[in-house]
Design a protein around this ligand. Structure first.
Ligand code: GLC
Length: 444
């Protein structure tokens, strides 16, 4: 028996060695969802040899516990999804445990990378920011989810779906999309200004504006909203060279720098990420806030001094330019190092289910990835700007797609922060960022 089995196994191994494509590069068995190699290319970029998810594996995966990692659960949506999943599937022996990383997007990325480099299965599923797909897929840290996504591609709003699409494959399941708004105080009789210039003028007279100005990913978003609206760009049309050093980007940064100089924005914004922005806003001291949609529900708590005293408006235009928003959001990605890809897929599928997507929007004012969610009558009542949110997602601009995006973004936020803090002029900051973007691009 043993001898025959051993010989069979040896033959199978050598057959695989000869016919690599047929056997695949995966070490996990197909019954638990793994198996198969993938090779993909589009637009000259290709990712080869990734493990491919088996969509059927989520129907009866091995019993067990998996870990879901995400950034700090400021809204409570992370706890909600895990607890709803566990309630539904406990009797079948399935459990998900939530691991919270820091609030900073950069820190979340660093924490995930550390674990993937150690080939650890600490995060079976990771809530990956929309900007990391290219990098993580290129590193072969993610399951290729194409067969799963292809079963229900039309279910999603196109923009968030596109954020998991790289090199001709899908590398995750959309969880939440994201767009920012201008929050303004209704108790101060203010209507939302039509331009960023007018926002800053009003803010100087009416309590000030707070936003995310700390040197991290959030500042790249906050800056690009003005920069893109002013007509600025990050990369040229080839995607291989910086187009950041432009009069439009300098103008946008000048407006933000002047805002701090003349008191329209407190100098402390240069240290704010999302949680500090919420803290400042809910203190009741400020007239305006730029923040993501989640803050609509999160800042309306009983301890908030602005409870029931604010509304949100789509981001304004830049005088002399146009309007622009940045597409944010997160996707469930499955780590190559998970021992239970089937259960990881079951959880990712649950997150994207119509029921939980509705909870996300209705209760947590987070941007659902399924379009129908926005027209439910209870949603429209709780989130009066639901139609504008859906429109914002459809019109928002993506940040550059590149495996070196984090370095590109770092060049932007570090130099923009230096200018906001008064250490360099806007023109010098934009030029330096542009040079650093070109250096980052040359490494890839
Ligand atoms: C939000 C967005 C995300 C962005 C981050 C920056 O979480 O959804 O895409 O990168 O903010 O702080």
């Amino acid at each position: 028996m043993r001898g025959r089995f051993g010989l069979g196994a040896a033959l199978a191994v050598s057959a695989c060695a000869l016919v690599v494509a047929a056997c695949g590069g995966s070490s996990s068995s197909s019954s638990s969802g793994g198996g198969g190699g993938s090779s993909s290319s589009s637009g000259g970029v290709s990712v080869t040899g990734a493990k491919v998810i088996d969509p059927g594996s989520m129907n009866s995966p091995p019993k067990g516990t998996i870990h879901y990692c995400q950034g700090k659960d400021t809204t409570g949506a992370g706890k909600a999804v895990v607890s709803e999943f566990n309630q539904k599937y406990a009797a079948q022996g399935y459990k998900v445990v939530l691991t919270e990383f820091p609030a900073s997007a950069d820190q979340q990325r660093a924490q995930f990378i550390q674990r993937q480099q150690a080939k650890s299965n600490d995060c079976d599923v990771f809530s990956s920011d929309v900007i990391w797909t290219a990098e993580f897929a290129s590193q072969k840290w993610l399951y290729d989810m194409t067969p799963y996504i292809n079963q229900s591609r039309t279910k999603y709003i196109p923009a968030p779906l596109e954020t998991v699409h790289y090199a001709g494959k899908y590398w995750g399941v959309p969880e939440t999309s994201d767009a920012a708004f201008l929050f303004y105080r209704t108790d101060q009789g203010s209507a939302p200004p039509a331009t960023w210039q007018a926002v800053y003028q009003q803010a100087a007279k009416q309590g000030g504006i707070v936003y995310q100005g700390a040197p991290y990913e959030g500042l790249t978003c906050d800056f690009l909203e003005l920069g893109f609206a002013a007509g600025g760009q990050v990369l040229d049309s080839s995607g291989k060279k910086s187009a950041f050093n432009s009069p439009a980007n300098v103008k946008a940064l000048q407006l933000m720098v002047d805002g701090i100089k003349n008191g329209a924005a407190p100098k402390a914004v240069t240290t704010y990420m999302e949680p500090e922005t919420d803290q400042a806003w809910t203190s009741g001291k400020y007239g305006y806030m730029r923040n993501w949609t989640y803050a609509y529900a999160a800042d309306n708590t009983s301890t908030s001094k602005v409870k029931g005293k604010y509304k949100v408006a789509p981001l304004p235009a830049f005088e002399g330019g146009g309007k622009a928003g940045i597409l944010g959001g997160h996707n469930s990605v499955i780590s190559t190092y998970t021992k239970n890809p089937g259960l990881a897929l079951k959880f990712s599928d649950f997150y994207a289910s119509p029921d939980f997507q509705k909870t996300l929007l209705l209760k947590f004012s987070q941007a659902a990835v399924i379009p129908d969610t926005y027209s439910a009558s209870d949603v429209k009542k709780a989130i009066p700007y639901a139609p504008e949110l859906l429109q914002a997602l459809r019109q928002a601009k993506a940040r550059p797609v590149s495996p070196v995006y984090p370095q590109i973004s770092q060049a932007i936020y570090k130099n923009v922060n230096d200018a906001l803090a008064g250490r360099v002029s806007p023109a010098d900051a934009i030029k330096k960022a542009s040079d650093q973007i070109n250096s980052a691009l040359s490494t890839f």
